[in-house]
Design a protein around this ligand. Sequence first.
Ligand SMILES: NC(=O)c1ccc[n+]([C@@H]2O[C@H](COP(=O)([O-])OP(=O)(O)OC[C@H]3O[C@@H](n4cnc5c(N)ncnc54)[C@H](OP(=O)(O)O)[C@@H]3O)[C@@H](O)[C@H]2O)c1
Length: 229
Amino acid sequence: MANGSTVLVVGASRGLGLALAEEWLGRGWRVIGTVRTPSSALDDLARRFPSTLEIEIVDISDAPSVEALRGRIEGRALDVLFVNAGICLANEETPSTVEERDFIDMMVTNALSPMRIVECFDDLVTAGGAIAVMTSELGSIENNEGFWELYSSSKAALNMLMKCYAARHAGDRRTMLLVAPGWIRTDMGTQAATHSIEESIPHVVDTVTASVGSAGLRFIDRFGKTLPW
Ligand SMILES: NC(=O)c1ccc[n+]([C@@H]2O[C@H](COP(=O)([O-])OP(=O)(O)OC[C@H]3O[C@@H](n4cnc5c(N)ncnc54)[C@H](OP(=O)(O)O)[C@@H]3O)[C@@H](O)[C@H]2O)c1
């Protein structure tokens, strides 16, 4: 995709989303990056890229906030919609020990809300564009080894909802991606993670960009390798 293409990165305040915004800006793209509350890191990026980074506000789990953003960017053409926002709570708990509220919040933030963003913004994505959602290797049922099981369940639910969305949009020529970034050192990934942000995000951006033009849904890792559902 050419310089001057536009990506909407939902959840760009820190971690992988902030790095996605920076990577695409460095490649000459226009980026609309969203935050829930002001992010000094994204503000710093806006000072480096004053003409190509726009900062918007949205809480993906708050319907009026989502509708307000949709209204503000009405008429824009998105080459890539990338829904990155997510949370991880109670990662060591099990169904018998988790606070029900934590499980509900993860299911809403990680599965329902990203898909509501996709449904709400998909008509802004160009005919040759891509709709991408950040999932996780842990969302693979086949590869499951019981790690962070409640979070994993929320990402498996996200994968299922994206599959249902793709089925409802059979014949859509656009690229649909569930992207697993690897286990990465961020607030969520923790310092115990195996890889740095720099070892993930440039590959994610390469993979999304290279996938454009291939219609249909794929569940892939950062290198573009297909993962088992
Ligand atoms: N790090 C990993 O190892 C790893 C591995 C696999 C998948 N992932 C996925 O990658 C994505 C980013 O993870 P990360 O490691 O960068 O996590 P992170 O550092 O905790 O950042 C999470 C991002 O999501 C945003 N967010 C959370 N809830 C939101 C909401 N309701 N509305 C809008 N934005 C919201 C946060 O915004 P605030 O700053 O406002 O909280 C922040 O920008 C997530 O979907 C995560 O599940 C991460």
